[in-house]
Design a protein around this ligand. Sequence first.
Ligand SMILES: [Zn+2]
Length: 76
Amino acid sequence: MTNTNEETPVAKDFFARPVEEQNDFLSQTWCNQCQEMDLGMKNPKEFETSSRFWIEGECVKCGSPVVTEIQYEDEE
Ligand SMILES: [Zn+2]
């Protein structure tokens, strides 16, 4: 891993988020395996860089990895 221009992600505590946000992230998902949205995820783990963060989990239905990514926006 010497040729990456992306900074090392920092692991965050997903459960430090407000419960409403947790529920949103856990329910608003897209599963590539099921090809279905909003199936939900379990075992969420949160990671962050300076430009974005994302939640990694497992599809509730099939157990495949599910990632929900959020870009930070620079809007006034
Ligand atoms: Zn699935």
